[in-house]
Design a protein around this ligand. Structure first.
Ligand code: SF4
Length: 305
């Protein structure tokens, strides 16, 4: 749970940062991530991330960060907060530290995050170019790992993001999910029920593609193009599919909500495991950069000839 990343936009009001981190953990557990197989922890509980971020900040050219598409996009879209801070600009550097400290080969991301993984590769390459350890490279160059549906639209058609207030939450009760779907944007050219639509440009169809079965997808594609179905009906099917997926998740989540200590124990075990790996990587990094913590005898002075 990347709580330091949350600070890049929420630095002025930190009252919900910890609570939000726990919420994310509960969502992951609810979605079925198994703590026996997945190491889950809060970023700030493994402070080595901050040290690697600092060292990467030394070698990352400003131009690389200013070119990142999400930097420009979020500065344009989030106008109610002052994002002219180093922390916000340096967001992808911290991400690079998060990935590379575990020497990740693949990073499961959404489409909008692919440039961040590319930047991570560039930072790894630059570091490896400057510093060698025993003649070898310290970091691998990670690749993005996309799902077949790499972009999840929000109710306003933009990418789904809490910052945009367009999310359907995993914890939303059925009536809220249905209400949010009702107000979701559709193909803007389909104004009247009798207008033929184009599902390829409709964010509701994107939700169907992720959550609905094939027969519903076929009904949506055909019915939309022929004006055989209305958007209200189509959105109702999307809501059905979402509710079917969310109900069992919400039941699983309740187990941890009723016993929060259980979730905290998972976090503590995760931090211990992650810290070991992060600590070992940082030893290699410091060693490669010539700033290892261990004592080294100074070079003996050259004898005068
Ligand atoms: S029928 Fe469905 S896919 Fe077509 S425009 Fe309406 S909501 Fe979108």
């Amino acid at each position: 749970m990347a709580d330091w990343h949350a600070l890049t936009t929420d630095y002025a009001d930190t009252s919900r940062v910890k609570e939000n981190s726990i919420d994310v953990l509960l969502d992951w557990l609810a979605a079925g991530l198994d703590p026996e197989r997945c190491t889950m922890f809060i970023q700030s509980h493994v402070p080595q991330h901050a040290e690697l971020h600092l060292l990467f900040s030394m070698i990352t050219p400003l131009g690389w960060l200013e070119r990142v598409p999400t930097y420009k996009e979020q500065r344009e879209n989030i106008t109610e907060k002052d994002l002219s801070t180093y922390g916000f600009l340096g967001y992808p550097v911290l991400q690079a530290a998060d990935i590379l400290i575990y020497k990740g080969d693949f990073v499961p991301v959404g489409e909008d995050q692919v440039p961040h993984v590319e930047l991570t590769r560039e930072i790894a390459r630059r570091f490896n170019g400057f510093y060698k350890r025993n003649g070898g490279e310290v970091f691998p160059e990670p690749q993005p790992l996309l799902t077949p549906t790499p972009k999840l639209p929000g109710t306003d058609g933009r990418k789904m993001s809490k910052s945009y207030g367009n999310t359907i939450m995993l914890t939303d009760p059925e009536p809220v999910v249905r209400q949010k779907l009702k107000t979701m944007v559709t193909d803007p050219a389909r104004v009247r029920r009798t207008d033929r639509g184009n599902p390829d440009v409709c964010p509701v169809r994107d939700l169907h593609q992720i959550f609905s079965d094939r027969s519903t997808m076929a009904k949506v594609n055909e019915g939309c193009r022929s004006a055989g179905i209305g958007c209200i009906e189509c959105k109702g099917w999307a809501a059905d599919a979402l509710v079917n997926i969310l109900n069992p998740m919400q039941e699983r989540r309740k187990k941890y909500e009723d016993n929060p200590r259980l979730a905290w124990d998972i976090l503590e075990a995760g931090s211990t495991k992650a810290s070991k790996v992060a600590g070992a990587t940082m030893n290699e990094v410091r060693d490669a950069m010539g700033i290892a913590l261990e004592y080294e005898a100074p070079n003996a002075p050259q004898a005068a000839k």
